[in-house]
Design a protein around this ligand. Structure first.
Ligand code: ATP
Ligand code: MG
Length: 504
């Protein structure tokens, strides 16, 4: 007899207005199975997850848990039946302790409604032990590194007796060592019969941790396979189609620009911010892409914020186009033609309630206003151009950004800054959540900006990305910048060693 699927969707369809986000999708996950859900940005992965968690009702189709039909659109019922979800953006209460978070919303009470913390602690400790996870129950969540926060989320799901864990891009901002940790946790859960659905754009991760895969394109399930029977090129081709697969393979062959091709656009000397980074010195030239890589927490993001004026620095000097500057606000940096694509698109980068067009022209609105009149035609034309250049899906300027898939939101954020035509462009993890095809497109766009003479500074933890786009590479370790390498004269192995030596 074959095992019963823990969770199954049949002919699931979701229509939003004129958009069919999901069409006729069949999906199931068995006990102890780690199933990858793969597909380009906007393919319908998150939508499928939302139907399976009850976050939104299906337009058509059914959901079953243990062969029993469940009403769609009822999240509490799905939790009761053991289906839990972990998103890229954590749903934890950051100011509360690990213990409180694990039991948030369902405190085991003694009589008279008092919370029985002793019992909670015992339960939590038993859970940690059973799953081989080490967590300080009294730590405040906000003080934990991201990977630990993910573990808290997993614990929280397990405390609810989850038998199916749905993970929507859980590793978006994790360093590679932390990804390995998360994978170890997943393997442990698997041996206990938990069924796992794993969404990621990182193909390495899929091949490392998953048993089976469901591939989606344009809202449909287009293939199912065991991981063992799938090759990378075949997978890329399934996801993005023939032409793009060729483009992304070719993208790695583009020539690099050796150092010093242009004048110095941005120069930092001994830039220091107490408690963050120290004595940072480098020159960024017109016509080059300089990548700063390193471990999460090495203060690269803090450095970018200090350059951009969204955070102060304590000492050192900064010059843009040869003139000494201290930006007291991002507006001043923008006036000096410095752009910053931030890492946290939800909090800092985008206005989710506004349309794609409004977000795209936000940085350049002054160009379209003449004596209190708005040049609407100009705005629409600029927006159309960005949508086409970045292949934003759906290709409509009036869609609210909230309604775009994660990867397409990232493209809007990029488009917003590219419209400014900055002479210095700072980017923090620019392709997190972006699919393989779109990554290649974005690399092409960054190279085009470089070739037009922009000075591009990219912070990235994705070494493959760094090796692909960088003209020069520097590693940041605990707030200090190591030596800057010409990309042509170094190797991934050397960079990994530099990062690793620092950690030891
Ligand atoms: N609330 C909504 N209203 C309208 N359209 C939506 C809504 N949510 C999603 N969509 C659309 O449904 C489609 C599928 O989106 P979904 O978020 O499922 O993609 P995804 O596969 O998760 O992509 P990504 O890899 O970028 O996260 C997209 O075209 C998206 O714009
Ligand atoms: Mg998604």
């Amino acid at each position: 007899m074959t095992a019963t699927a823990l969770l199954r969707g049949r002919a699931l369809t979701k229509v939003y207005g004129s958009v069919t986000a999901l069409a006729d999708a069949d999906f199931e996950v068995m006990p102890g199975e780690v199933r990858a859900l793969i597909g380009s940005n906007g393919a319908g992965k998150s939508t499928l997850i939302k139907l399976l968690t009850g976050a939104t009702p299906a337009t058509a189709g059914t959901v079953e848990v243990d062969n029993q039909l469940v009403e769609t659109g009822d999240p509490l019922e799905m939790i009761r039946r053991g289906v839990a979800c972990i998103y890229q953006h954590s749903n934890l209460a950051p100011a509360m302790t690990v213990l409180d978070n694990i039991f948030l919303g369902r405190q085991p009470t003694r009589r008279f409604g008092f919370v029985d913390t002793k019992r909670q602690r015992r339960e939590a400790q038993a859970l940690l032990q059973r799953h081989g996870i080490e967590l300080d129950l009294d730590a405040v969540v906000a003080t934990l590194p991201t990977v630990k926060q993910k573990e808290v989320e997993i614990m929280k799901a397990l405390a609810l007796n989850a038998r199916v864990l749905l993970m929507d891009e859980p590793t978006g901002w994790l360093a590679s060592a932390d990804v390995a940790r998360l994978h170890a946790t997943i393997r442990a859960l698997k041996t206990r019969g938990v069924g796992i659905v794993y969404i990621s754009h990182m193909l390495d991760e899929i091949f490392a941790v998953c048993d089976t895969m469901t591939v989606m394109r344009d809202g449909r399930v287009i293939a199912e396979s065991s991981v063992a029977d799938m090759t990378r090129p075949r997978l890329v081709q399934l996801m993005v189609g023939d032409k793009l697969a060729r483009d992304s393979a070719n993208a790695t062959l583009v020539a690099r620009r050796p150092r010093g091709t242009g004048e110095v656009r941005l120069s930092a000397r001994d830039l220091t911010r107490r408690g963050a980074f120290r004595d940072i010195s480098f020159d960024l030239h017109a016509g080059e892409i300089l990548c700063i890589t390193g471990l999460i927490g090495s203060k690269r993001t803090e450095l970018l914020h200090a350059i951009f004026g969204s955070d102060p620095f304590d000492s050192g000097t900064l010059k843009v186009n040869g003139r000494r500057v201290v930006f007291r606000s991002p507006a001043q940096a923008m006036a000096a033609s410095v752009g910053f694509v931030t890492e946290d698109r939800h909090r800092e980068g985008l206005m989710l309630g506004l349309s794609v067009t409004e977000n795209l022209v936000m940085t350049t609105i002054a160009r379209f206003s003449h004596m209190a009149l708005l040049d609407r035609a100009g705005i629409v034309a600029a927006s159309r151009r960005s949508i086409a250049d970045l292949n934003i899906q759906p290709p409509r300027g009036d869609t609210a950004v909230r309604q775009l898939s994660g990867g397409n939101q990232q493209k809007v954020l990029l488009g917003k800054w590219l419209n400014l035509g900055p002479r210095v462009l700072l980017l923090d993890e620019p392709t997190v959540g972006v699919d393989v095809g779109a990554k290649a497109e974005i690399y092409g766009i960054l190279r085009a900006e470089r070739d037009k003479g922009a000075a591009v500074l990219v912070v990235s933890s994705d070494l493959e990305e760094v090796m692909t786009i960088a003209d020069r590479i520097a590693v940041m370790v605990a707030g200090r910048l190591q030596k800057i390498h010409d990309a042509d004269r170094t190797s991934m192995a050397e960079i990994v060693r530099e990062i690793g030596a620092a950690a030891a």
